[in-house]
Design a protein around this ligand. Structure first.
Ligand SMILES: O=C(CO)COP(=O)(O)O
Length: 253
């Protein structure tokens, strides 16, 4: 059985003190929750203080990006080892906002995936089609190509640890969600692609999240789908009550 994973992607929201207040308000809500991974992907600047704040609270830390090299003259960049030292466990790679606004390519995504795995971080690799691509029926083709590129040169053993987030770009921050059935169909296709790259066992092991306007009201239906193992949540992860409600609704499945 795949362990469900609900992750909040805070994007460029929350100062360090706002982040710590969030954890304070969530309090012990998750302490006795088992059987689900709960992750907060915070801005780099909040990770240090969050590391202390989440201790014993059953929430893991994630970053939203990183560089693929260990160190170097790359002004403004953050290396994998810097995240590891802060207690970070997950890192989002290739979010559509990074692909769109920061020149992230399938090639850089692949290098970052390999670097994250080498550093002991779990990559949350984002794939997803644009509205125009969906409209011409290219959804499968797009996610297939993104998935293949992301996994290039990744061993079977390492591949099992990767989390994939299927985020249709037209559903991000728009209030439009893919229907649970449509989302499931694309996640099934992504799983099949992983199966062709490795084998059926790897395909069954890998966790696939859905992301795009996920809320406490729609997460349960999404999580009921056989190929959806979790959610990557933007806006609805920013308020403590809403984040707790998301995890509770996801966990009932
Ligand atoms: O991009 C997302 C998560 O990574 C989705 O954002 P929203 O949940 O705000 O649509």
């Amino acid at each position: 059985m795949r362990k469900p994973i609900v992750a909040g992607n805070w994007k460029m929201y929350k100062t360090p003190s706002e982040a710590v207040n969030f954890v304070r308000e969530v309090g012990n809500s998750f302490v006795s929750v088992t059987g689900i991974d709960i992750v907060i992907c915070a801005p780099f600047t909040a990770l240090d203080r969050l590391g202390e704040a989440v201790a014993g609270k059953n929430m893991a830390l994630g970053a939203q990006n990183m560089h693929f090299l260990k160190e170097g003259a790359f002004t403004g960049e953050i290396a994998p080892g810097m995240l590891v030292e802060l207690g970070v466990k997950y890192v989002i790679i290739g979010h559509s906002e990074r692909r769109q606004f920061f020149n992230e390519t399938d090639e850089s995504v692949n290098m970052k995936v390999k670097a994250a795995l080498a550093a002991g971080l779990v990559p949350i690799v984002c794939v997803g089609e644009k509205l125009a691509e969906r409209e011409v029926g290219d959804t499968f083709k797009v996610v297939d190509a993104q998935t293949r590129a992301a996994f290039a040169g990744v061993s079977q053993e390492q591949a099992k640890d990767i989390v994939i987030a299927y985020e249709p770009i037209w559903a991000i921050g728009t209030g439009k969600t893919a229907t649970a059935q449509d989302a499931n169909e694309v996640c099934a296709h992504i799983r099949q692609t992983v199966g062709t790259l490795y084998d059926g066992e790897t395909a069954q092991a890998i966790r696939i999240q859905y992301g795009g306007s996920v809320k406490p009201e729609n997460i349960a239906e999404l999580m009921e789908q056989p190929h959806i193992d979790g959610a990557l949540v933007g806006g609805a992860s920013l308020q403590p009550q809403s984040f707790v409600a998301l995890v509770q609704a996801a966990h009932k499945q």
